[in-house]
Design a protein around this ligand. Structure first.
Ligand code: ADP
Ligand code: MG
Length: 230
């Protein structure tokens, strides 16, 4: 019997060497079918939290449990691709590389593109796509690889208001795909498109509180964090 997939954080706190504490006492559970907006002003630690959830960054304190997570997808702030290749090629390529037949790969790729209202652009060259189309293409490609956990970092940061709106709008279509999705954003439109909001401002360190205080050892020695931190 397999446990249902989920991501659970336990009393997570983070700071980088030389920075203040970004967030602390962060306890939450993310489950499949949820699209969670990770909000807060620039520099509050949204991208860092995604990296910690992915296991790329070690948290300063606390832990992350990834249960039943085999594949992790990541959509970056800046879309990237090959100017002369078609949009469809970009989504189908990873499937072809896994050994899928071209017909099946293209059908699946087109389904994913339709999920983001992008079917009409299948034969357009990547270099001719608008910023919003390119970003929706990155989302389609990520979904095609069927990750259990999809991390999307500031999908609308590089876009004008109208294009950003088109991306925010289709983010809502991710619910029901059976993935755990977290979207780091400071765009209210994007936040509203997500079913759940995790506001890092709620986990900002409080005045006079010390992230290390309750980590003091029994003999009164201060805990100095993991080795890499020193
Ligand atoms: P956000 O995504 O919310 O804008 P980030 O998670 O990128 O914020 O960064 C949070 C803070 O941590 C920023 O002040 C940033 O400069 C700092 N920071 C990010 N990565 C590192 C690092 N590797 N070393 C030191 N400081 C970092
Ligand atoms: Mg960021």
């Amino acid at each position: 019997m397999t446990e249902p997939a989920r991501v659970v954080t336990h009393d997570l706190a983070h700071r980088f060497p030389g920075t203040d504490v970004l967030f602390e006492h962060l306890d939450f559970t993310a489950e499949p079918g949820q699209t969670i907006a990770v909000c807060g002003p620039s520099g509050c630690g949204k991208s860092t939290l995604l990296s910690i959830l992915a296991g790329w960054e070690k948290p300063y304190r606390g832990s992350v449990e990834r249960i039943g997570i085999r594949r992790i997808g990541w959509v970056f702030q800046n879309p990237y691709g090959v100017a002369g290749r078609t949009a469809l090629d970009h989504v189908a390529f990873p499937l072809l590389a896994k050994g899928m037949r071209r017909r099946d790969a293209e059908t699946e790729a087109l389904d994913a593109m339709n999920l983001f209202d992008l079917g009409y652009a299948a034969d357009r060259r990547f270099g001719d796509l608008s910023g919003g189309e390119a970003q929706r293409l990155m989302l389609a490609r990520a979904v095609c690889s069927r990750p259990d956990l999809l991390l999307v970092d500031e999908p609308t940061a590089q876009l004008d208001t109208r294009t950003a709106h088109s991306v925010s709008h289709v983010l809502g279509n991710l619910a029901g795909q059976g993935m755990i999705v977290l979207v780091a954003t400071h765009d209210p439109d994007t936040r509203d498109a997500c079913g759940r909001v995790l506001d890092l401002a709620d986990y900002a360190p409080r005045e006079g509180e010390d992230v290390d205080a309750d980590a003091a050892t029994a003999d009164g020695q201060r805990w100095h964090g993991p080795r890499w931190f020193r």
